[in-house]
Design a protein around this ligand. Structure first.
Ligand code: FAD
Length: 464
């Protein structure tokens, strides 16, 4: 009998290690690891618990169940194997530095206990190290990686285990409170494979065909909303790609085909950042690209708090930060805008923004979050050039012209004309007080800060 150790693969279908373990008899287990929980926030804990509940239900429907333990996996897995008479433990790779270090400890504890272990690559189509330069090095820029990723054949999805392979074992799941977390303030998406499949199917039926253009507009439902599912593995990447390929087969017209290819490219970005993190675990706290001199980030708790609270007086920024509080999610275009604002307008260190996202995002993924932040801060792999600074007002005007997104999250601006919203920084204090007395004045002058940001990077580059 084998144990399957679930981690970021909270599903029964299209799960490589589980499919392999289920060639014999298998007992699925999940271990609440205090070290992992130390890095989590209430939204992610709640989504994790809901996903585990859905997973347990999927096992029960097949005549199985889920065993739950708490503690250091290097102690718990040998103990569970011994208790249930398992001769091996199977699991899927996780590529963060923390997870790899933990897995090495688990492997050595299992070796000491004379228990076999087998691990599989599963979370991405092409494992870090599979797509390299001609010299065999990991790519440091996306374009070549992305092209090879798009061209390379994709593996098919794996079937779920047969009911007769599953050993029954059923434990209670803890509550957020039991794990030391508050219930989240945010409203979260439904968890579990069925909910993820519903999101994927409805996206592939229509929106994917207009993804190329619609994905840029935060007020529209133009993206797949699968990020938390891909993070927790409530749906397998091979299954996602199969639905996307079916949509491509049905595609009518070049625009639709191009949109689908753009969507596939975003999935490739996810795998690119996974390999960046796998080969550069230090990027979690360090700049990927080094400058000649340290970047002289400002320090201001007041500005950081205004950004976190969505009180900067820059409407699209505030809408994004309030969406984060309400939904534990921000639209991609707006993630770029709020991250650029923190680093290039407030001149605050990207790490403060990353920590806040990590605490609040339901889809926080170390690789993607870090990649996104370092891109915006001009410190990453394919980083935004330091002299190309997003203008939050023109971004708002271009991507939320009717201020529909802004008004959804910033009710103080409900009755304000979109033109006034998009030129909020140009209105006089009296005009602002007249049209929206409860909404703050801009906390900084974008034009001045843009110049300061460029000068800050030039000093870091040693240009001055
Ligand atoms: P879709 O547009 O439908 O994309 C499909 C999937 O592709 C996503 O679910 C995601 O897995 C992947 N993807 C899309 N865009 C990117 C990208 N730029 N980089 C890497 N993968 C991508 N994504 C996360 O999954 N977790 C994070 O913690 C995260 N933090 C970010 C922080 C910043 C500052 C920025 C600029 C981006 C961040 N992203 C993150 C990337 C992107 O914003 C989200 O993946 C996307 O908004 C999720 O919505 P969706 O599932 O509807 O995306």
């Amino acid at each position: 009998m084998r144990l399957h150790w679930h981690r970021r693969d909270l599903r029964v279908a299209d799960n490589r290690a589980l499919a392999a373990a289920a060639e014999g008899e298998v007992l699925p287990v999940f271990v609440f690891d205090p070290t992992v929980l130390d890095h989590a926030g209430p939204a992610r804990v709640a989504f994790l618990l809901d996903s585990l509940d859905a997973l347990r239900e999927d096992y029960r429907d097949r005549g199985g169940g889920l065993v739950v333990a708490h503690g250091d996996p290097a102690e718990e897995l040998p103990r569970l194997a011994d208790e249930h008479g398992a001769e091996a433990v199977f699991w899927n790779h996780d590529y963060t530095g923390l997870a790899r270090e933990r897995d090495r400890r688990v492997e050595s504890a299992l070796d000491d206990a004379d228990i076999d272990h087998e691990t599989f690559h599963d979370a991405v189509h092409h494992e870090p190290g599979a797509i390299t330069t001609n010299d065999g090095d990991p790519y440091a820029v996306f374009s070549y990686f992305g092209k090879k990723w798009l061209d390379r054949e994709k593996e098919s999805s794996y079937p779920p285990p047969n009911g007769d392979a599953l050993r029954a074992g059923d434990d209670d799941l803890p509550t957020s409170d039991d794990l030391g977390f508050d219930e989240p303030d945010a409203t979260l998406p439904e968890a579990g494979t069925e909910a993820a499949r519903d999101r994927l199917d409805s996206f592939c039926e229509a929106a994917i065909g207009e993804y190329e253009t619609e994905r840029e507009y935060p007020a529209r439902a133009g993206t797949s909303r699968l990020s938390q599912d891909l993070k927790y593995g409530t749906i397998g990447i091979r299954e996602v790609s199969e639905r996307v390929a079916e949509a491509a087969d049905r595609a009518d017209g070049d625009d639709v085909r191009e949109s689908i290819e753009t969507y596939r490219e975003e999935l490739a970005w996810r795998e690119f950042y996974t390999q960046v993190l796998r080969y550069n675990p230090e990027v979690v706290t360090e700049n990927y690209s080094s400058y000649e001199n340290p970047i002289e980030w400002r320090e201001s708790d007041d500005d950081l708090d205004a950004w976190k609270d969505g009180e900067t007086g820059y409407p699209i920024v505030d809408a994004g930060m309030r969406q984060l509080h309400e939904e534990a999610y921000i639209h991609n275009r707006v993630r770029m805008i709020v991250a650029a604002f923190l680093t290039k307008d407030l001149l605050l260190d990207w790490r403060a923004g990353y920590d806040h996202f990590r605490e609040l995002l339901v889809d926080h993924d170390t690789a993607n979050d870090n990649g996104g932040w370092q891109w915006a801060a001009s410190t990453g792999t394919d980083a935004q050039p330091y002299f190309r600074v997003f203008n939050p007002m023109t971004q708002g005007e271009r991507y939320d012209p009717d201020a529909e997104y802004i008004k959804t999250y910033v009710p103080e601006l409900d009755d304000v004309d979109p033109d006034d919203i998009h030129s909020w920084h140009e209105l006089s204090e009296d005009e602002r007080a007249d049209v929206a007395p409860d909404y703050p004045d801009p906390i900084c002058d974008h034009g001045e800060r843009r110049e300061e940001a460029i000068a800050m990077f030039e000093r870091a580059r040693g240009d001055e």
